[in-house]
Design a protein around this ligand. Structure first.
Ligand code: OOB
Length: 550
């Protein structure tokens, strides 16, 4: 066994002691942890099916709670015997395959921390997560959707100072396969993780050069999961269809995979996001709830009219991650025959749901209200002063499952949080009289590409590395299907490259595909604001004009 020493985790989560005491006294924070989560579920729900879906080889699988728990235990043992230790970080980048669930629970069981990467991430993002979190291990699948993750792993290992061990679901080639790991002896007892310690690192959508890592604790996250179950009516009869990438906060915990497993229901993993695949699974598995981003909800609405599948088991369609227009929202009940639930959440914490028994008008026109009576929501103007109810302003929040700071980012934290611990979400919202939130826009420098978040600055930095780019500004442009796409305005130096060359350049630097600008516009100079900064709002307006006229 080889063991390399990893930096200890920075464990301060920033919740003041009196707040911790309050959340515990209120019963929000309990002693439950992810380390014992699956074992406890297996005892209770043993032979019920926990997860169905493809495995890495594409074979359809149905795994009971007991099997899932046994498999996760054996994987944990394998990880342990190959040197992964409690407190270590493990970057997990898996598509919607059953191994995803096994791996995250194996990592939890060991007392190690998953870092939840998305399948779309490439060498830029993964190398950064591995080095920033000082990851001991990196778990991938062999190939998925035409992409070979072992090639990516080779790049990541080659460029790392302290490379992670690589574990592969499926054909591992020179790496270690999960099957090999599973042959290890049972795990020796690991020290119990404290409920208020960090359980995993989630990724922020990002507003600066790179994504921030979000330290979520066992107790804060499990509180949001249990309450989500209550609000969304999740129980043993629930069948949840997971269409979005399983590692994203929405399908993971709102109430998502974790909520459904907590309640003894069944998680149905969809191998691809097409409505045809989804509808076939709804019919076969009797799916009761699904969570989608708005573009997929639109695709389901148009596919529902011509499907021959019986999708009548579907009771709730959750839509979130980006604004769902009221026009589309009101089509859900008549055309899909189920209740819409709008979900406005963020990996940093706060999640808002419309309630299942809300009046239709509330469901269609708002993005819901917070999970907890102790979620504090402030809507303020540009100077931080509260605005009157019904007026739009910046959303700030603090509460029993919202972080007090990003992982190892003191400088960023001093602006991303107020002095009294409120997270500045960067969203512009309005509060209705009955405390529901309506998302009106965004102040953060981010493009929301159908739920996938693109930090303008990150893409700008990569474009600036091109020798012909003198200056660049990346902004959102309206899009009928995705809501927004990205547009890079570029001032060139020397010979003007083709737009396609710049896109290829960005992709070639190992950035996730969804961050490659959808459009490149060459300009002689940028419009500037009164203080001489590039006026992104003017650039956005210019795009809107061309869209109206073209
Ligand atoms: C979810 O999480 P993230 O971390 O990918 O993105 C959070 C941001 C929010 O700050 C907001 O800008 C946007 O995504 N957003 C919405 C929205 N839901 C999220 N904007 C308008 N309407 C909505 N319904 O996206 C996320 C996490 C948990 C549950 C659901 C979504």
């Amino acid at each position: 066994m080889t063991t390399s020493v990893r930096a200890p985790l920075e464990t301060t989560t920033g919740y003041p002691a009196e707040i911790v005491a309050r959340y515990r006294a209120a019963g929000y924070w309990t002693d439950e942890t992810f380390q014992q989560f699956l074992g406890a579920r297996a005892e209770r729900f043993g032979d019920a099916i926990a997860v169905t879906g493809p495995d890495a080889s594409g074979t359809d699988r149905a795994i009971t709670y007991r099997e899932l728990s046994d498999r996760a235990d054996r994987l944990a043992a394998g990880l342990q015997s190959s040197g992964v230790q409690p407190g270590d970080r493990v970057v997990v980048q898996l598509p919607n395959i059953v191994e995803y669930v096994e791996v995250i629970f194996a990592v939890f069981r060991l007392g190690a921390l998953p870092v939840f990467a998305l399948p779309a991430h490439r060498s830029q993002e993964i190398s950064y997560f591995c080095s920033f979190a000082d990851a001991a291990a990196y778990v991938v699948t062999d190939t998925h959707a035409g992409f070979d993750y072992r090639t990516l792993a080779r790049d990541v290992v080659a460029s790392a100072e302290n490379p992670p061990r690589v574990f592969v679901a499926g054909d591992a080639e020179e790496f270690t396969s999960l099957d090999e790991l599973r042959s290890a002896d049972p795990i020796s007892d690991e020290p119990a993780a404290g409920p208020e310690s960090v359980a995993f690192l989630q990724l922020s959508g990002g507003t600066t050069g790179v994504s921030k890592l979000i330290p979520r604790t066992h107790t804060d996250y499990l509180y949001s999961v249990r309450e989500s179950d209550r609000i969304c009516g999740i129980d043993e009869n629930t069948r949840l269809l997971v269409v979005l990438p399983a590692a994203h906060n929405f399908p993971m915990s709102s109430p998502g995979i974790l909520g459904v497993l907590h309640a003894g229901g069944r998680v149905v993993l969809a191998p691809d996001p097409s409505p045809d695949t989804a509808f076939a699974l709804i019919e076969r598995e009797g799916v009761t709830i699904a969570s989608l981003v708005p573009p997929l909800a639109l695709a389901w609405l148009s596919a529902a009219a011509r499907t021959e599948r019986d999708i009548s088991s579907l009771e709730v369609l959750q839509v979130g991650g980006a604004k769902f227009s009221a026009e589309a929202a009101k089509r859900v009940r008549p055309e899909l025959g189920c209740t819409l639930q709008q979900v406005f959440g963020m990996a940093e914490g706060l999640v808002n749901y419309t309630r299942l028994d809300d009046p239709e008008d509330t469901i269609v026109t708002t993005q819901g209200r917070p999970i907890s009576p102790d979620d504090e929501v402030r809507v303020v103007d540009d100077h931080g002063e509260p605005v009157p109810s019904g007026t739009s302003g910046h959303l700030l929040t603090r509460g029993p499952y919202t972080i007090r700071g990003y992982y190892r980012a003191p400088e960023h934290n001093s602006t991303a949080f107020t002095e009294d611990g409120f997270y500045r979400t960067g969203d512009i919202v309005r509060l209705t009289d009955d405390g529901y939130l309506v998302v009106e826009g965004r102040a953060k420098d981010q493009i929301n590409r159908g739920g996938e978040k693109v930090a303008a600055e990150e893409v700008e930095n990569h474009l600036l590395a091109h020798p012909a780019v003198a200056d660049v500004a990346v902004v959102s442009m309206p899009d009928q299907y995705l809501g927004e796409r990205s547009c890079a305005f570029v001032v060139v130096q020397g010979e003007q490259p083709k737009a396609v060359e710049l896109k290829k350049f960005v992709r070639g630097r190992g950035l996730a595909d969804y961050k490659v600008p959808d459009k490149v516009v060459f300009v002689d100079e940028f419009p500037v604001t009164g203080v001489g900064k590039i006026s992104k709002s003017e650039l956005r307006r210019a795009l809107e004009k061309t869209f109206v006229t073209s």
